[in-house]
Design a protein around this ligand. Structure first.
Ligand SMILES: C[S@@+](CC[C@H](N)C(=O)[O-])C[C@H]1O[C@@H](n2cnc3c(N)ncnc32)[C@H](O)[C@@H]1O
Length: 249
């Protein structure tokens, strides 16, 4: 269990070297081929934290690509800039303070817009996706890598063999109570990864690939956009309805 410092930047307890190994390099290269990332020159990493995901992704992008990270926590933005300097790559990465619900960029700015473990922390997923769609170029790519953290907490491992059923049920009840509390407080929904494959389905004209990795219980969906703004309202409504169901159900 990670100790919680209420003054620490959001999610900082989960930042660190291990986050650079969430993605196996071979797998990332395979995805880059399937997603045709060789054509990408401009990237936006939304809710970038200290830059783990954008930097990993950059390792399979053309060398001349530019990655902009936007993040609401100023301390994380400063740390992301430091990390880019430490890697001698300050020219490739540009980190700014901003919020995902109101991205500080013009329409159709980026070839690729992406996020990792951001949607599970926002109260209005539809608004964030709508903004991500707005700033991606027509024909560009939206990649969202979002887990179902609740499902992964439910998975029993060999370390749990000694735990009684009653203790396990009690632990699950505690976890699920916290999860519902998070939704009610408007701090996001840790199960939202389940919805990720359905999000692109809202637009028939967009080409979607759902890359689900069962082991990590994580959805990684890639969506090639034809008409970026078209399905935003339907997506928002659908997600709101689903979140309401979670709160009351
Ligand atoms: C779990 S971290 C993920 C960081 C990064 N994407 C990665 O994978 O390493 C979530 C990040 O999203 C940021 N965040 C949460 N809500 C946000 C919002 N509405 N707008 C911008 N950033 C947000 C948090 O401050 C935090 O840095």
């Amino acid at each position: 269990m990670t100790s919680h410092d209420p003054d620490a930047p959001h999610s900082s307890a989960y930042f660190g070297g291990q986050r650079d190994h969430w993605w196996n390099k071979d797998y990332l290269e395979l995805l880059a081929r399937r997603w045709q990332l060789d054509t990408v020159r401009t990237v936006l990493d939304v809710g970038c934290g200290i830059g783990h995901w954008g930097m990993l992704l950059a390792s399979v992008l053309p060398a001349q690509s530019q990655v902009v990270g936007v993040e609401r926590d100023g301390r994380s933005v400063r740390r992301a800039r430091e990390r880019a300097r430490e890697r001698d790559l300050p020219g490739q990465f540009d980190y700014r303070v901003g919020v995902a619900e109101d991205l500080p960029f013009d329409d159709a700015t980026f070839d690729l817009v992406t996020c990792q473990t951001l949607l599970i922390h926002v109260p209005d997923v539809g608004q964030v996706i709508s903004e991500m769609r707005r700033v991606v170029k027509p024909g560009g790519l939206l990649i969202v890598a979002e887990p179902n953290n609740v499902a992964s907490l439910m998975v029993a491992t060999s370390r749990d063999l000694g735990e009684s059923l009653a203790a396990r049920v009690e632990r699950m009840q505690f976890v699920l109570t916290c999860e519902r509390g998070k939704v009610v407080l408007g701090e996001g929904d840790n199960s939202v990864g389940d919805l990720v494959p359905g999000i692109p389905g809202a637009s028939r004209s967009d080409r979607c690939r759902d890359l689900r990795q069962r082991q990590g219980i994580c959805s990684r969906a890639a969506l090639r956009l034809r008409r970026p703004a078209r399905a935003a309202h339907r997506i928002t409504r659908r997600l709101r309805e689903t979140q309401m169901g979670l709160v009351t159900g």
